[in-house]
Design a protein around this ligand. Structure first.
Ligand code: TMP
Ligand code: ASP
Length: 244
């Protein structure tokens, strides 16, 4: 069988054309990267776990009435998604200090933030995804003020929802990263949540033990990444097939 040609290959996923002009197929790889891909490994089965976990969360977010690109899961590693024009801004939500904000601002890991903090980074690997202000987003035309308002509104609702979802399974949602895009053209375009929501792009700590259940296990060489992701899936009630 002739292999489909990728449209775009990212660090953890590959995008192919979908069956319709306005759909794509998102394929979840087992590749794990950190620190802008300076650290790399293959963790067999990670892609399957992220596919199923992200499907579960995207469906729940759709129920909230927040539009997102997920249409259906096609296979263990593939999802059918709406084709969007991706906004080149990563939206990072922080409830508790961890990761880059600790080194950037000299904070202790685990310090509660006074309020939920939303940060923006330019999605550009060669520049190392630098943090940017809304003014940069408007000046360079990455999104309009109206679009950013919708993005922040959706982001805060998603944070409230996910915080509760994870607390319900004994997990603290420390921080996470979202991406958005435009569905449709011109003035009629609708802002939609894109990408994935999985332990690859969230920090998740066990409520009782503070144990890390996310990609920090890989970033920090803690081991047990697959087991942690499996435990997140198990607690969410997401059934995962045997790893191939
Ligand atoms: P950071 O502390 O490294 O800035 O990451 C904040 C959150 O965003 C964390 O949950 C991991 C996630 N993230 C991604 O999903 N992709 C990225 O490229 C980066 C830098 C962070
Ligand atoms: N995904 C990013 C990378 O490779 C950063 C990270 O998640 O830590 O490099």
């Amino acid at each position: 069988m002739k292999k489909k040609k990728p449209l775009y290959e990212g660090k953890a996923k590959v995008i192919f054309n979908g069956p319709e002009a306005d759909t794509l197929v998102q394929y979840f790889k087992d590749d794990a990267t950190a620190f802008n891909a300076q650290k790399k490994d293959v963790i067999t089965g990670k892609g399957i776990l992220n596919n199923y976990i992200s499907e579960h969360i995207m469906l729940a977010i759709r129920e909230l009435g927040i539009p997102n690109h997920f249409i259906s899961r096609i296979s263990d590693r593939e999802q059918l998604i709406h084709k969007l024009e991706i906004i080149p801004v990563e939206v990072v939500v922080r409830n508790v200090a961890a990761g880059s904000i600790c080194s950037r601002l000299g904070l202790e890991e685990g310090a509660m933030l006074n309020n939920t903090l939303v940060e923006f980074c330019l999605k550009n690997d060669s520049l190392g995804d630098p943090i940017v202000a809304p003014e940069h987003i408007f000046t360079f035309g990455w999104a309009t003020p109206d679009e950013l308002e919708t993005i922040v509104e959706d982001t805060l609702r998603i944070n409230d929802f996910l915080t509760g979802l994870f607390l319900g399974i004994g997990v603290r949602l420390i921080d996470f990263k979202l991406e958005f895009g435009r569905y449709g053209t011109d003035a009629a375009a609708e802002i939609m949540l894109a990408d994935e929501i999985s332990p690859d792009n969230c920090r998740l700590w066990d409520v009782k033990t503070n144990e890390k259940m996310d990609k920090d296990r890989f970033r920090r060489d803690l081991g047990g990444l697959l087991e942690a992701y499996q435990e997140i899936a198990r607690r969410l009630g997401v059934k995962i097939p045997q790893v191939d």
